[in-house]
Structures are given as structure tokens and as C-alpha cells.
Design a protein around this ligand. Structure first.
Ligand SMILES: [Zn+2]
Length: 388
């Protein structure tokens, strides 16, 4: 790979700059010769009123902006690293945001002429690189340690860039997509940082026992994303059909792809599901609200999912003392299940540390975590009874 150090003024770089609000991208510079945002690069994330302002303040204060990298693609140059900085400059020069100078809000056009000139005459140091696609992508991963590092899905988009990634990003990474709000009830992640796309890919790939990488490699040159989109919507619709109440915040970020694959063949009464769901969400002994969904999908069998808060230590001590005193009088084991059996432990007195608290009336059938409903069992009997 060949590299050459060049200098471009801000005026040259932002010539013909155009910012696409809908896609969150700055597109062209250098009078059309420079492609600012390639499909493998992330959407513009500097527009937070801090990073974009800092870029402009740096130029006005003569601070260095750091190295920028372009790729020589024959008739065009493409920005490999630096698109966030260039987009910030382009947006400022075209009046998209203001900065504060000496207590006053200033847009580019309201700045004094000398300060405007300071910006347009700022020289950007640019390495222009010439190499094969894989050389450039390897290198891109290496230089990207500066600034905001790419996350895993952004890197995958870089590595498997092509028409499939472009179409997938148009659907899942556009925060203006009207469905984003609906998806956000179930999917955690920032669409701009590829969080929603990552979940969509994870679901379809897992359903085929593939990794995200394998799925992306296989579909890299596909023109469309029909399968990905259909599967994602199928899972989302399934959630909404099973849990018909307005989504609770605990539904966000669950492994819905796995739950769909496991439980899609079961039919549910949405009335019963909703009634149980509201009860469990409001029950203070349920330690894991996120576990409620799989617990209900699985027919309320696996109470471990709920991480039910068991008896407190005071209740356990009272129950232990009462049982043990009674057992001594009757000369039987203080584990009531050992006592009724015909075994070596029939008269054994367990220490409190060798016993566990059990709900006499099962918690899942409405039994409460009170002293009246608490009995201490030896560990093996309690485990045999199951986690209730
Ligand atoms: Zn026992």
C-alpha cells in the first residue's frame, strides 16, 4: 500500500459539501471529488453540541485537528478516517449549527470575517492511501483506535460492506424509520451505532445456527434483505401477539429471538398471560422481573427464572428453633421429611447451616414467604422437592 501526505484547506474540502439530514450523512466535498461517507463508515455521531463544537473551537484556537486519511479510488477520493471531523466542519460552514464566542451564539456567516478566514484557511493534514480493498480495510481497523472506536457491529459492517449492508442499514440503522419506536420496546441498542441491526442479524443467524459473521459473509452480495427483514418482523409481531398489554420496560433487550424459536409452536391465551404478567410485575418477592416472560412462555413451570426472594434469616431461625425443639421431645429428626422416612437420618438433628427454607404451600400456588408457611428441610429433601 502506498501513502502520500497532502495538505488541503478547509475551503477546498467543504466545496460542494452537502449534508443529508435523513441519513445523517455528509456526502460530498472537494467539489464532488471527495466521497465523505462510505457505506462501511458509521453515521454522523458528532452532532451532540459538544464534539462538533469542539472541532470548530479547535480551528479557531489553532489546535491541531489530527490526521485525516483518504483512499485514492481512481477518479474519486474516499474518506477512510476523519469523516466525523469533516462533516462537523461542513455542517458549520453551511450553517447547520452555532457555536458560542464571547458569550454570543455565532453561526459561520455571523462570525467576523477574520474568524471565517481562519476556518476556511485551516489546513487539514491528509494521508492519501492507495491499496487493495483488503489492505485498506485491515488498515482501517488499525487506525480506528483514535476517536470513538468502532463497536463490533460497525466493524462487521466495514468488513462485509456491500449492497446487503447498505440495504440493512437503510432499514435498521435509520433513526427516522417510523418503526424504531415500536422496536425500541423490545430491542436495546442505538440504531445509529448499529445496535438494532446487530439484534436483527443475531436473531436470523441464531435461527440458522450461524454466527452473525457467517450470515453476513453468505449474504454480502445480496441486493436485498427480504429474509432478514421478514424474520425480524415475525419475531416482533409474535411478541406483540403473545403479550398484548402495552410493553413494560422490562421487555427491552430480552433474548426474543431465542424465546421465539423455543415457544413459537405454543399457543397462549392473551387474557391469562396479561393477568399473570401484571400480577408478577407487581409482586415484590419476584426478584427478576425480566425472567417473568420466559416463565409465562414456559407454562409457569420454572420458578428459578423469577429469582423469588425467599425467607429472611430471622424467619428461618424461628422456624428452625421451633422444629428442632419439637423434634427433640419426640426423638425424631428436625427435618420433617427425614423423620417420616425409614432411613439412617430418621433421628438426625441437622444444624441450621445444613438446612434450607421451604414454602409449605408452594410459592407458585400462592404460598407466602411468612413464618406460618416456612419449614426447614435438610438440603437433600429441599432440593428433591424442587425450587419453589
Ligand atoms: Zn431430610
Amino acid at each position: 500500500m502506498k501513502t502520500e501526505l497532502k495538505r488541503y484547506s478547509v475551503e477546498q474540502v467543504v466545496e460542494g459539501f452537502f449534508y443529508n439530514e435523513l441519513e445523517g450523512k455528509g456526502v460530498y466535498g472537494l467539489g464532488g471529488k471527495l466521497v465523505i461517507q462510505q457505506e462501511y463508515q458509521r453515521n454522523y455521531i458528532y452532532n451532540d453540541g459538544k464534539k462538533d463544537v469542539a472541532v470548530i473551537d479547535s480551528m479557531l484556537s489553532n489546535y491541531p485537528l489530527g490526521l485525516i486519511y483518504f483512499v485514492d479510488a481512481g477518479d474519486q477520493l474516499e474518506v477512510l478516517d476523519g469523516q466525523q471531523r469533516i462533516t462537523s466542519i461542513g455542517r458549520f460552514v453551511t450553517g447547520k449549527f452555532a457555536i458560542v464566542r464571547d458569550g454570543n451564539e455565532q453561526t459561520f456567516s455571523s462570525l467576523p470575517t477574520d474568524q471565517q478566514k481562519k476556518i476556511t484557511e485551516t489546513e487539514l493534514l491528509v494521508y492519501v492511501c492507495n491499496g487493495t480493498e483488503s489492505e485498506i480495510k485491515d488498515w482501517f481497523q488499525t487506525i480506528n483506535i483514535a476517536g470513538v472506536p468502532l463497536n463490533e457491529q460497525e466493524l462487521r459492517n466495514a468488513i462485509y460492506s456491500g449492497p446487503f449492508v447498505t440495504a440493512a442499514k437503510a432499514e435498521f440503522s435509520n433513526s427516522n424509520n417510523v418503526f424504531q419506536q415500536k422496536w425500541a420496546a423490545f430491542v436495546r441498542g442505538d440504531p445509529k451505532r448499529q445496535g438494532v441491526l446487530e439484534v436483527a442479524l443475531e436473531w436470523i443467524a441464531s435461527s440458522k445456527n450461524q454466527t452473525i459473521e457467517a450470515y453476513m459473509a453468505e449474504h454480502r452480495h445480496d441486493a436485498g434483505i427480504a429474509e432478514l427483514k421478514t424474520y425480524f418482523n415475525t419475531v416482533i409481531d409474535w411478541i406483540g401477539n403473545v403479550f398484548t398489554a402495552s410493553p413494560d420496560k422490562t421487555m427491552r433487550g430480552l433474548e426474543w429471538g431465542r424465546l421465539y424459536e423455543t415457544y413459537k409452536g405454543t399457543s397462549y391465551s392473551s387474557v391469562d398471560i396479561d393477568a399473570d404478567l401484571q400480577t408478577l410485575l407487581g409482586d415484590p418477592v419476584v426478584g427478576s422481573k425480566k425472567g417473568i416472560y420466559e416463565y409465562l412462555l414456559g407454562g409457569k413451570a420454572d420458578t428459578k427464572l423469577l429469582n423469588v426472594r425467599l425467607f429472611d434469616s430471622n424467619t428461618k431461625q424461628v422456624a428452625y428453633k421451633k422444629q428442632t425443639e419439637k423434634a427433640k421431645v419426640e426423638d425424631i429428626s428436625n427435618c420433617p421429611l427425614c423423620a417420616v422416612g425409614d432411613n439412617a437420618n430418621k433421628t438426625r438433628t441437622y444444624k441450621i447451616g445444613d438446612m434450607e427454607a421451604d414454602h409449605v404451600a408452594a410459592w407458585s400456588s400462592g404460598g407466602e414467604s411468612t413464618i406460618e408457611n416456612c419449614q426447614m428441610l435438610c438440603v437433600s429433601h429441599n432440593r428433591a422437592k424442587g425450587n419453589r
